[in-house]
Design a binder for this molecule. Structure first.
Ligand code: PFF
Length: 469
């Protein structure tokens, strides 16, 4: 007799797996709905919101980019977020088996597990450079806390940043501290590790973000920042901008690599997935806007350049922190905020592989240690790209190995993973997989329409543009 779709074989591939239906009562799942939402928001809010979003707004014409980004989150991000969380809850957190379990009635259904493997591998590759950047943030928090970045001349700030990039030993050191802390938490498991950590890290993040936003409004030029972020200059709306907004919607919601599938695998049956997804997307967006409002008033108030690109946070902002009253404290808190945001995202980057490889919570420690060691080794590619390998540009002069790694993972693999999820859940998986998660038939229909047509078409547009254009 075939196993019905909503009750799963407990001995899939010889591993003992907890059925998602019974997970609520065991110690493997999230302790509450709020803890789940905190963890998912923690995954979503990261370097993407606080480092990347403000500089993308700055470089892409301000308000026009903000509007497009909001539209992309709503039209493409939210439906796929609902799909990933639902996939996880139905098929389990082990992303390399989730797809096959849902499509087990289909011939060759297990081949869809390749999507899970691709995602989990992409997550480790992203982690290898994400943790390097988180390491820079930690180095800066440390330096500001020592007061060693106060009162320098403006050009000294870029010299300091260049010196960090020129030193492999320093970068490796800070990256290892970040990865070590993340491994410590992740190895303790979902309930005793991730759940507990996000329950106190997320309030810290909220307080820091709000506090810094208020201070920025007082000390900087809030009116100019508001004008810049919310007055759309429609002449800046090019297809380029639309597509980079779509790509960023993916990255910021942690979609396309299985993180949200894994997190969905630990959710109790009584949590309404579509509503939770709405909260996650809303909080993520609010945090991106709040980060912009913590940074832009300072940029304008101190006469700095909002379009400074990736160096905005590590070069431009320190110039302002270095000269403002209380700058050592503000600088320390700002970079601490960046570290906290990155840390809760790193948990989610480890999870797809950890959940897939570890055979139960007891086995987790071993796998988390192996995965972080592997990540640190892969991280050397990024570290060396800024110094001893800076001339290694195998495919074209404009991209280092770091640039390639970041491009192929976030701009190619993520949209591709998202497209596969949309096609799988919209066209391949049995309709009942998701239908029962919606409390209104209309909402289900609307979601189905987006996941079958709107999201795939938008992703294909991003994908073809990024690979061909
Ligand atoms: N959402 C994170 C950010 O905006 O920084 C990045 C990220 C985290 C992507 C976790 C994917 C992921 F699984």
């Amino acid at each position: 007799m075939r196993t019905p779709i909503l009750s799963y074989p407990t001995h899939a591939h010889g591993r003992r797996e907890t059925s998602p239906a019974t997970k609520a009562g065991t110690v493997t799942g999230w302790s509450s709905r709020a803890a789940f939402i905190a963890a998912a928001v923690g995954s979503a809010v990261g370097l993407g919101n606080i480092w990347k979003f403000p500089y993308m707004v700055g470089a892409n014409g301000g308000g026009a980019f903000v509007i497009l980004y909001l539209a992309m989150v709503l039209l493409v991000g939210l439906p796929i977020l609902i799909a990933e969380l639902g996939l996880g809850r139905t098929g389990g957190a082990a992303v390399t088996r989730t797809f096959g379990r849902i499509a087990h009635e289909l011939r060759g259904g297990h081949l869809w597990n390749a999507v899970g493997w691709l995602g989990a591998a992409t997550a480790i590759l992203i982690l290898s450079f994400y943790s390097v950047i988180a390491g820079w943030a930690l180095a800066y928090a440390w330096r500001f806390s020592l007061g060693s970045l106060q009162g320098l001349a403006a050009e000294d700030y870029s010299a300091r940043f260049d010196a960090l990039l020129a030193s492999p030993a320093e970068m490796i050191f800070w990256q290892l501290v970040v990865l070590g802390a993340a491994a410590f938490v992740a190895s303790r498991g979902v309930r005793a590790g991730l759940d507990r950590a996000v329950r106190w890290l997320m309030p810290v993040l909220a307080v820091l973000l709000i506090g810094l936003g208020i201070y920025a409004a007082i000390i900087g030029d809030a009116a100019a920042a508001l004008h810049f972020m919310f007055t759309p200059d429609f002449s800046a709306l090019t297809p380029e901008v639309a597509l980079s907004a779509a790509g960023h919607a993916f990255f910021t919601l942690s979609l396309g690599l299985g993180a949200m599938i894994a997190y969905g695998g630990y959710v109790a049956e009584d949590v309404a997935i579509p509503r939770a997804a709405g909260w996650i997307a809303l909080f993520d967006t609010l945090c991106a806007i709040a980060a912009g409002m913590a940074i832009m008033p300072i940029v304008f108030g101190f006469g700095l350049d909002p379009a400074a690109g990736p160096g905005l946070v590590f070069v431009t902002l320190p110039v302002a922190f270095g000269s403002m009253p209380g700058g050592a404290l503000v600088g320390t808190l700002f970079f601490a905020l960046l570290v906290v945001a990155a840390m809760t995202s790193i948990f989610a980057l480890i999870e797809p592989m950890a959940a897939s490889l570890a055979d139960g919570e007891a086995d987790r420690r071993k796998w988390v240690i192996r995965l972080t060691a592997l990540t640190a080794i892969l991280g050397l590619i990024s570290v060396f790209s800024f110094n001893i390998w800076s001339d290694v540009r195998p495919w074209g002069e404009d991209k280092t190995l770091f640039d390639w790694l970041s491009y192929l993972t976030t701009e190619v693999s993520l949209p591709f993973g998202g497209l596969c999820v949309a096609i799988f859940i919209g066209w391949v998986a049995p309709r009942k997989t998701m239908e029962h998660m919606f409390d209104s038939h209309f909402a289900f229909k609307l979601w189905l329409l987006s996941i079958r047509y709107v999201s795939p078409i938008a992703v294909i547009a991003v994908f073809t543009h990024l690979t061909i254009g």
